[in-house]
Design a protein. Structure first.
Length: 191
């Protein structure tokens, strides 16, 4: 009995999840694509896209489960084929106009402003030094390499000090032996 309750709970959670809603919306639209159906990809503030099936037949798009409060504007130049091969228009949650997929900004912006934004973006991308870009992408690897090098150098220095210490001790013993006073039997020296 407990297993059935848990299974029912997980089934409910799965079917109420965002992923399955999007999956069903894509499936419905893919089947009816030739009849003029398409998708509205609603980009929420949290980042996940929600797919809403619509029919592209008039300037006012009404979502498939008829909701009179939600109406979307059809602008033909904002339609593109998404990764599933379905015509799609992008919207941001709470905004009235679609997003131009080529520029990534809303379509109410004038073409001159859009051109300036694109020119600035291209200039900013081309002005980045390739060496700095490589350094920015690989800073972790370089840091780990430097840390390994410093560790090996420190280990070698400690080993060298220990070796020098042993050599110094041997030299001290030799110096001690050399500096000892030796008593010589001088009776046999001149004979």
């Amino acid at each position: 009995m407990v297993l059935m309750v848990i299974l029912g709970f997980f089934t409910f959670v799965i079917f109420k999840g965002v992923g399955f809603r999007n999956l069903f919306a894509i499936f419905k639209t893919k089947i009816r694509r030739r009849k003029g159906w398409g998708l509205i990809r609603m980009l929420h503030l949290t980042g996940y896209p929600q797919y809403i099936p619509v029919i592209f037949d008039s300037e006012q798009l009404v979502p498939f489960p008829k909701n009179k409060e939600e109406k979307y504007i059809l602008k033909r130049y904002c339609i593109y084929e998404n990764e599933y091969g379905i015509p799609t228009i992008d919207y941001r949650k709470g905004e009235a106009d679609p997003i131009d997929y080529r520029a990534g900004v809303q379509t109410v912006t004038s073409p001159k402003v859009l051109g300036n934004l694109q020119a600035r973006a291209i200039k900013a991308e081309s002005s980045i030094d390739p060496g700095m870009e490589w350094l920015k992408n690989n800073w972790k690897t370089i840091g780990i390499g430097v840390l390994i090098f410093v560790g090996i150098a420190a280990f070698g220095f400690i080993n060298l000090l220990e070796t020098n210490s042993a050599m110094a001790q041997q030299l001290a013993l030799v110096a001690k032996d050399v500096s000892r006073n030796s008593i010589i039997n001088a009776t046999t020296l001149g004979k």
